[in-house]
Design a protein around this ligand. Sequence first.
Ligand code: GLN
Length: 544
Amino acid sequence: MKKLIFVTGGVCSSLGKGVAASSMGALMEARGLNVRMIKVDPYINVDAGTMSPYQHGEVYVTDDGAETDLDLGNYARFTHSPLSRANSITTGQVYRDVITKEREGRYLGHTVQVIPHITDNIKERIKAIFLDPDADITIVEVGGTVGDIESIPFLEAARQMIHELGKKDCLTVHLTLIPQVSGGELKTKPTQHSVKELQEMGIQPDILLCRSSEPIDDGMRKKISSFTNVSFDAVISAYDVAPSVYELPLVFHAQKLDQIILEKLGIESRHSVLTAWKKTVDCLKNPKGRLRIGVVGKYMDLGDAYKSVYESLVHGGIANDVAIDIIKLDSARFEKNGCDEAGDPLAGIDGVLIPGGFGERGIEGMIEAARLAREKKIPLFGICLGMQIMVIEWARTILGWKDAHSGEFDSNTSHPVVSLLEEQRGITSYGGTMRLGKSLSVLKEGTLIKAAYGSERIFERHRHRYEVSNQYRSDLEGSGLLLSGLTEGGELVESVQWPDHPWGVGVQFHPEFISSPVSPHPLFASFIKAAKKNAPTKAEANKG
Ligand code: GLN
């Protein structure tokens, strides 16, 4: 069986197309089908690696080291689709490919054009996944909004594929907005217009997912149906869910979206197993307590900048039956000896997480936050840059090297305890040149990290240029810092642990990319367990 679903978006961006596409993927998996997810992005960047988290949110990293759009993180949290470089297609990749072929003379004298050369390249990339012998259903999320100039070649490629495959094997799901005007009335006009725009591209949507604050009633569904040629039962209400988007597969299932997809694609109906999702949502709605986890980062204004980290904290909560309140702590608040006019930023905080990041701004505050968490014995989880911060703080406070720093932030320090990876020296091009992707770490017996994984050899994804400097390893270990994980040959430090502390763990890799609500990552589960232990009375007091 080979079926294809295109997911397009209308009216405006940021409606949650990635979560909607992922929820459909989860529903298809619950029906026992093998799902593949693809994101096509109309921007000209070859990948998301050089984009600022402020502009585009988190950069998601795959096993094979692709730096991709954060929607691949949604796919990883909702489905089991294998995700690699091939699952993230951008205009930049397509044009680079076509222009390279043109320079090689492979178009045999033809004029190279958007149609058919660009569209063919897009189609080939989609087919490479769609024709995977193990794939039953491939869901292609088309980034951007219908009507954008940049999306046109992708929508044209979709139109051609729908035409070639036929309606029995291919369908289009359009996500659109039903805004609420003052007075509370919901309006269907923008949806009518965006469907018309899609129809002008030659694509008739088969299913509409209508985003609105409240569920839409049958009268409104009927009206939308008659204006758009979409059957009444395929006009689905994708209303806001609280407290978590993980309820969306259940909301869709209750409206029979999965059954409608199976019928339209001619797949025989099969039993749906949603037990794991129901358990997840039940746990999120009825937690046995609440914890306050402070995240000390630099991209705090944009919710998507640390998307996978925030989600993984929630997963760690699910593993421990507690809800997580994420408290965003701007690192600038720690710069004046750990206190500002608003008081102690760590007051009432049960655990601290310092996430990954690049560039100098906010670093001193993070170092101070690490010192406070270590001294106050508050559980702390350092991820990538966060681990490097733990090492710098240790060198400054415990070893007394006041100017200890990372070469990234101070090239003149006499104690560069974090320095550029050997392989990074001399690199001047920034796209895709970091230490990227999955590699093996070997964990030491008797450490918190080994206990969390329950395994000595672990594979995690990396995205960094700097490392703990080997020159200072003996000083760090000699003063008590545990270098709890190394690469197999011992070349690089992969994790550290504070001694005499309930839970102070830093990792050079990014565990947040492989955590999901139905399978919380063991390190996040272990961190939240420690935070819960750190604050048993508070968690108890805040019950419910
Ligand atoms: N800036 C640091 C480095 O390049 C940390 C990177 C990260 O946190 N992803 O090593």
